[in-house]
Design a protein. Sequence first.
Length: 445
Amino acid sequence: MDWRRVSVLSGIVMAMLVSAMDTTIINTTMPTIAEELGQFHLYAWTFASYMIFTTVLAPIAGRLSDMYGRKKVLLAGLVLFLLGSLLCGAAQSMVQLVLFRAVQGIGAGIMNPFPAIIAGDLFSVEKRGRIQALFTAMWGLSGVIAPLLGSLFVEYWTWRWIFFVNIPICIVSILLLLPYREVYQPRPAAIDYAGTVLFTAGVSLLLMTTVVESGIALYAAGGLALLALFVQWERRHASPLLPLNLFRNRQVTWINVNGFLANAALFGASTYLPYYLQDQGWSIFMSGVAMLGMTGGWMIASVPAGRWILNYGYRPLIVLGNLLQVVSAAMFLLLGTFNDFWFVLILSFPLGIAFGMLSTVSIIGVQQLVAPDQKGVSTSLQMFARNIGTTFGVTLMGAMLAKAPEVAEGFRWMFLYGTAGSLVSLATAFLIRGGRPAREVNAGA
């Protein structure tokens, strides 16, 4: 691996680390921030503004990268994230913090698809699983260190440094990405501004149904109406934001459907399991450590995934991943029967294997099953489908926990739902067609 690839990978890893940390570091510090800034009724919107734009911007960023190149779009995302972090750290009110978190979310939404997109450009199928495992490690690392770092800043310094710490990391990431030489040759086209507005507004309204307390039906109806207009507009546009012929590719469509359903069924469990352990008396740190089982399983499945795809094809591996997810969800119904910490640590390992296999195989699949000028948007659409699934899954699970008479009962409801949802996801895995990708050796960067 030459120095340019090392530099690019290092830059991407650092960009991933700051983006992943900002999804969790604010969890432990938000009560302190709200106490200082006031306007507690805006508490949830500091999370929602970030989440909405992070989710919506991913497919838009993928399409722009196909049109104008990976490097320019990724660097633009990093600069926006840096600016958003600076503004968040300087916020003087909750209204400002909500708005500045939206700027951060725009930057993160642009950045997030690029590790998978650039890995698809630079590395062969066989090597791509190892690279995905490295990226997964960053998410696992952030899940452990972010709450600790946030607690340290609040206790010994100021909460503002949970945002300011991103600035030097972003600068180093930008410098490391400067040597990146495009392998993919972009195909410039006119930007679909109207389509971008319709898509962003429609998805944002749908996502707002997960955070608002009233008018949910109105938000949902408005979101669906705007997305219907978006589809009609895209059919007539010469350079659509989301090429609709992607949805005529049955393999890619079913892989995306499966990604949505698998994440909606069970991925949200990783959000709430630390809460369960803390409710049972375990510390914030130990509840984070317990989730390392999932990270370890994810990495172990990701490393050989590229080789497995060449040997077995997409469908058998996606079926196996879904089957493991069903078994894991059913086993979690025994939560509370054994030592909680060790039970979660051990059982989250096969769940990590399931999601590691599904994530890596699906990303490689949607990249290999489309033309080169659609690889960016196809990759980001897969991530979008998974993110949307996770958002709605987390919302449903949160509602179950809130309505349950006690925490343990809420988790039993949650994993009954997870088991049923995973069975539906498994059924869709059998609808995926497509053979094995050809062996390839990608050019260096």
